[in-house]
Design a protein around this ligand. Structure first.
Ligand SMILES: Cc1cc2nc3c(=O)[nH]c(=O)nc-3n(C[C@H](O)[C@H](O)[C@H](O)COP(=O)(O)OP(=O)(O)OC[C@H]3O[C@@H](n4cnc5c(N)ncnc54)[C@H](O)[C@@H]3O)c2cc1C
Length: 412
């Protein structure tokens, strides 16, 4: 590593080592795979059996990187707080799409580990941890075709989205029955084997209760999937619908019930938004690094463009945003680390700030590349598209701002 980033001097030695290892993986494995997958014409090619995606997954799984959120007592890498920020920033520096694909893959399993249920841990979490072939891949199905922002809004406001179109859960004997459809936006949707799935009781809506979160193995009868989504940006992150047709699950698979839904869902959204903040800190840093390097090489007016004062001003503003992103995303992950009640407003602040900053830094970087910035032969246009998607991903920045604002206003 050429120099220490702001905040890295304070890192414990094991986190500095982690940073170097993950950086190497991001540079040598993750980024080349993401760039190659981004250039494929269709999302079907991204998930095809001979796709480079699977090589990437196997390399990540072989290093145990799929287990970072699972506590060490169960055999996971057990990263949290600052360690998690370091891990995610480096992956994001490599490329946002595969960083997030890897991140969400563990969601259902780490949530299950948190229940402490020994039978479920033996049956699902341990095989996931021991997997070195990427045979277990998780996803987080929340949104539905007719309910996107409604999910985030309902958490923090007295907000009552209409019920139709929800994926539902109803009690049936000693278990539950699940029906409905999740949006084509579910990350890892087409290739996932298990889902941490958000549901509603048929007669409920929003904050009025009735929400639940279930661990669902996708080999159960009644589960099916849609085709992969074709989109601008983060093209290596495959996405697709999940359908549930009267899927029966045992009661113990329902980890969050209506009684604990508001807390449980807010805690999950806090984790997801904090992840986004750290990953897009890395994205901003990658755009800045590339722009700096390019500005030292590209000559106009007889000098490298970095010698022109206006270019220097742009570079400095980009540099400042990267440092602010790291400082905020690291502080928020540290603040909520181990908290009995994680504070969603900080995670919303970090997600909205870091993704907006990443988009601005990527846009400025593209500008400094001139015409080459628009060319698919250069890396910046991909980073720009990836950053643009982040303003909508995991809740639009507008809606997360409203959710965060509600929390601040309602604080005692
Ligand atoms: C790259 C990517 C990855 C994703 N991964 C997942 C995933 O893993 N799982 C999953 O379930 N979903 C996922 N999503 C879906 C994502 O969470 C939704 O796209 C997002 O929450 C917005 O919902 P929507 O697209 O339905 O837009 P809508 O909710 O229809 O919003 C449309 C517009 O209206 C605005 N708006 C809506 N409601 C309000 C309101 N009450 N007040 C003010 N403005 C409002 C929004 O800000 C937006 O500008 C992903 C999306 C992307 C882009």
């Amino acid at each position: 590593m050429e120099y220490l980033e702001l905040g890295d001097k304070e890192l414990a030695p094991e986190y500095r080592e982690l940073k170097e290892n993950v950086h190497r993986f991001a540079r040598d494995v993750l980024r080349p795979a993401a760039v190659a997958l981004d250039k494929l014409a269709s999302p079907e090619q991204v998930i095809a059996p001979d796709s480079r995606l699977w090589q990437f997954f196997k390399q990540a799984w072989a290093l145990g990187y799929h287990t970072v959120t699972i506590p060490a007592e169960y055999g996971g890498l057990g990263l949290h707080g600052v360690g998690m920020q370091v891990f995610l920033e480096e992956l994001g520096w490599g490329s946002a799409d595969l960083a997030l694909s890897l991140g969400v893959a563990s969601f259902p399993f780490s949530a299950l580990a948190m229940t402490g249920n020994p039978r479920l841990i033996d049956e699902y979490v341990t095989p996931f941890i021991q997997d070195r072939e990427a045979r277990h891949i998780g996803c987080w199905p929340v949104t539905e075709p007719s309910h996107g922002s409604d999910w985030a809004m309902a958490l923090s406001a007295d907000y009552d989205p209409a019920t139709p179109g929800r994926a539902t859960i109803r009690r049936d004997g000693d278990g539950y029955v699940i029906s409905g459809q999740k949006a084509p936006w579910v990350s890892n949707g087409t290739i996932s084997t298990h889902g941490l799935t958000y549901l509603m009781e048929p007669a409920s809506s929003g904050r009025q209760g009735g929400g639940a979160v279930a661990f669902i193995p996708f080999d159960l009868p009644g589960v099916s999937k849609g085709k992969p989504l074709n989109k601008l940006g983060q093209r290596a992150l495959n996405q697709g619908e999940i359908f549930f047709d009267n899927v029966r699950v045992p009661a113990e698979y329902v980890m969050i019930t209506p009684e604990t839904f508001e807390y449980g869902a807010a805690a999950t959204l806090t984790g997801a938004n904090s992840t986004m903040a750290a990953v897009f800190t890395g994205v901003a840093r990658s755009a800045f690094d590339l722009a700096l390097e390019y500005s030292r090489q590209r000559v106009q007016g007889g000098v490298p463009i970095c010698e022109h004062q206006l270019v220097q001003k742009h570079l400095f503003e980009m540099f400042t945003k990267v440092q602010a992103c790291r400082t905020l995303s690291r502080a928020v992950l540290a603040h909520n680390d181990g908290a009995a009640i994680p504070e969603l407003e900080y995670a919303c602040a970090a997600k909205t700030f870091c993704t907006q900053a990443a988009f601005e830094v990527a846009s400025d970087a593209l500008q400094l590349f001139g015409g080459n910035g628009l060319s698919r032969d250069y890396p910046i246009e991909k980073i720009f598209r990836d950053a643009r998607a982040s303003l909508i991903e995991d809740g639009t920045n507008d809606v997360l701002s409203l959710a965060g604002a509600r929390r601040i206003i309602d604080r005692a």
